[in-house]
Design a protein around this ligand. Structure first.
Ligand code: SAH
Length: 406
């Protein structure tokens, strides 16, 4: 049985030659053969010249996810073992991530950017949590799980394929134990010496915002050498399970107020603060809508020395960018107004469709309207265990600015 061949329109060859891993339906001129969903197909130009190979999904607009541009490479188990090994080797020295910190929770495989479109593997202590985001990966899930056991000997592998993007691939959500033992209800992880409880079954993403690890260290530790740390009040907006709060409390600031709309997230934030030995006052855990809570603080005349804004993805697609921009501008404008002179705003966007350039412009227009002055002290991005392949700039989604406000 020979592999089906997808022939590409002449004017769509460039992206494939430049090794972009996505082939959209409109790029395909002709399909020779009858591939089953998830099967490998060969991609050629109109003259039959080999370009690449990847997995086929007739249900998705991204019709083919390319995995190799080498004709002599056979996509057998050894191939996948090699791809996984390379991704893993890029993360370890054991428990050190690129020498930038220590943690036993980090991303091991970052999908397209690690040459395995649609596969995410995160490590949480002795467990692995995987997401199969594409049909091609869903079909190869068992083989990949066996390889992960062989390469990493985890206590267990848990699947969290309950993400919306699966719908676009024609896939239903799937969760559960794939290999080994079921994870405990909460896994305790260590991140730069801080401890966190992670709910890998119900938590966001695979349980924790691993992509913010470095930024938690940079921002949370900001007041560490500040002699006036004990007078500083930090507002941790969109707090989730208290990641930034635990770091900031380690700098011995006076107070960190956590705001989140999710009661479950806040309950876990509280446990994480306690787990690290800090006080948990009721007033420091505020269940509410950040958009409203910021206005409440404005009306109450409350001021802060640092505000962290780490909202969820406001733009799910390029079409939503304009609305998202309004949302980002609103919270940033409010935050600028609430900061004492010399205070710090750490502001993020994890919307891939909002570029770093656009985000900076939004923050700029917010500071103008707030009537304040601000300087960028640092440009922030996702942690290095979430690498971005140069051929796949879409892989870079998290951007942030640390600003000093006057
Ligand atoms: N900074 C966190 C991650 C934040 S994720 C960390 O480092 O772990 C975004 C959080 O925003 C989620 O916990 C979600 O519950 C919360 N959220 C979403 N919309 C919100 C809103 N309008 N008001 C308050 N919280 C909101």
């Amino acid at each position: 049985m020979s592999e089906a061949v997808a022939v590409i329109h002449d004017n769509r060859l460039r992206a494939i030659r430049r090794r972009h891993p996505w082939v959209f339906s409109g790029a395909i001129m002709r399909l020779d053969g009858d591939p089953a969903p998830g099967d490998l197909v060969t991609v050629t130009d109109g003259t039959g010249e080999f370009l690449a190979r990847g997995y086929w999904n007739p249900h998705s607009d991204i019709r083919i996810r390319l995995v190799t541009w080498r004709e002599d490479e056979s996509l057998d188990e050894a191939f996948w073992r090699d791809r996984l090994s390379r991704a893993i080797a890029g993360r370890h020295v054991e428990n050190r991530i690129h020498e930038l910190g220590t943690a036993n929770a980090y991303r091991l495989v970052n999908a397209e950017s690690d040459g395995i479109p649609g596969l995410v593997v995160d490590r949480y202590g002795d467990w692995l949590v995987v997401q199969a985001l594409t049909l091609g990966i869903a079909e190869r899930k068992d083989m990949l799980a066996d390889l992960l056991v062989e390469l990493l000997s985890p206590a267990g592998i848990y699947e969290r394929s309950d993400v919306d993007v699966r719908q676009k691939e024609g896939l239903a959500p799937e969760t559960g134990v794939l290999r080994g033992e079921a994870p405990p209800e909460l896994i305790e992880i260590d991140e730069n010496g801080r401890r966190f409880l992670v709910d890998v079954r119900q938590g966001h993403k695979t349980g924790f915002y691993l992509d913010q690890r470095e930024n938690r260290a940079i921002i949370g530790d900001w007041f560490r050498s500040d002699e006036r740390a004990s007078q500083r009040t930090v507002l941790n907006a969109f707090a989730y399970t208290g990641g930034f709060a635990v770091y900031a409390l380690g700098s011995l600031v006076k107070r960190v107020i956590n705001v989140d709309s999710s009661a479950e997230a806040l309950a876990l934030a509280r446990r994480n603060v306690a787990l690290n030995g800090y006080r948990t006052d009721d007033d420091d855990f505020v269940e509410g809508d950040v958009f409203q809570v910021l206005r409440y603080y404005r009306d109450a005349g409350q001021q802060f020395d640092m505000i962290i804004l780490d909202p969820p993805k406001f733009a799910q697609s390029p079409r939503q960018v304009e609305n998202a921009a309004r949302g980002y501008k609103d919270i940033n404008l409010m935050a600028f107004r609430l900061l004492r002179p010399g205070g710090l705003l750490a502001t993020f966007s994890c919307s891939g469709a909002v570029t770093a350039d656009l985000f900076q412009k939004i923050v700029f227009s917010a500071v103008l309207d707030a009537g304040r002055e601000a300087q960028i002290i640092r440009w922030l991005a996702q942690a290095p265990d979430h690498p971005v392949a140069l051929t796949f700039p879409e892989g870079g989604y998290l951007k942030g600015l640390l600003c000093r406000v006057w």
